[in-house]
Design a protein around this ligand. Structure first.
Ligand code: MLT
Length: 286
């Protein structure tokens, strides 16, 4: 079940600043930007598409007193390199594994939101011994339908031809719930800026990687670590029914529905999301 490391992992780490400043690690021959704060149980946060690790700012500020918080800009996003080669979800999981190795972390709680959840599931498939618990937020286990794959290929081309701003215009109304869109302009702006700050080739690469991702539904029944599933009540991309289906497939999985939040539940209702995470991490500690 454990896949061999097929790409090289370089352990060179360069700390470029203090506290919130970016930190860089060379992982699988590219520069990955990451954050590592706090102490205790390691918790690795894996961001959504097409955002970056700053989507976890509210989690860092509230949880670093409870545990060791690590996040990264996935390849193609934020301040990490965006190679022109094809990306895959397994390769992104390998990048996460490489960062953990470089930071001398053997086992961690993985928190993946949406695309981050696809990566967390791939990580569990490939490196189950390195997983202490899973938080699967606003995500799904299944692969894409043929129609959804086609939409991704079209969107990848659009990113390459029209740029990141065009993708932001398409995605912001889908990512955020009705309540946030109507009442929280600063959150809307933050999400828009994250998307526009990404390179078109990173966005296109990740879309194509998601289109090709494996179906993880059959793996749910073998997950043997504590699992928390989180979903925003207004999430239309991965709605509550999908979260419930995932919960039914994973023995002992807990489900937390976050009111007045859409697909980006951690950004839209950080207090509730953080409370759910703190409870879960405390239980994963025992
Ligand atoms: C995400 O938020 O990561 C995306 O909605 C995932 C997807 O497009 O399937």
């Amino acid at each position: 079940m454990v896949a061999a490391l097929s790409l090289s992992v370089d352990f060179h780490i360069e700390r470029t600043g203090v506290s919130h400043a970016p930190m860089k690690a060379t992982i699988n021959e590219i520069e990955i930007d990451y954050r590592d704060e706090g102490s205790g149980v390691p918790v690795v946060l894996i961001h959504a598409f097409p955002l970056n690790q700053s989507m976890w700012d509210d989690q860092f500020s509230h949880l670093r007193d409870h545990c060791r918080m690590i996040s990264l800009d996935l390849r193609g996003f934020g301040r990490s390199d965006a190679p022109h080669s094809a990306y895959s979800i397994d390769e992104m999981a390998l990048d996460v594994r490489g960062l953990m190795t470089a930071l001398e972390i053997d086992r961690a709680v993985l928190v993946g939101l949406s695309m981050g959840g696809y990566i967390a599931l791939a990580f569990f498939r490939n490196y189950p011994e390195a997983v202490r618990g899973l938080v699967l937020a606003d995500t799904r286990a299944g692969a894409d339908t043929p129609e959804a794959r086609e939409r991704r290929f079209t969107s990848a081309l659009k990113a390459e031809r029209e740029g990141s701003r065009a993708i932001g215009e398409d995605m912001v109304p889908l990512l955020l719930g009705r309540t946030t869109l109507e009442t929280r302009p600063s959150v809307v702006e933050k999400v828009r800026m994250m998307i526009e700050g990404n390179s078109p080739q990173g966005i296109a690469g990740a879309q194509r990687a998601m289109a090709e991702r494996r179906d993880s539904s059959n793996m749910l029944s073998v997950i043997d670590v504590p699992v928390l599933i989180v979903v925003g009540s207004e999430d239309t991309l991965t709605p509550v029914a999908k979260a419930e289906r995932m919960q039914n497939g994973i023995r002992g999985a807990l489900l937390r529905i976050i009111d007045d939040a859409g697909h980006l539940s951690n950004l839209e209702q950080p207090e509730e999301f953080n409370a759910a995470l703190i409870d879960f991490i405390a239980s994963a500690q025992t």
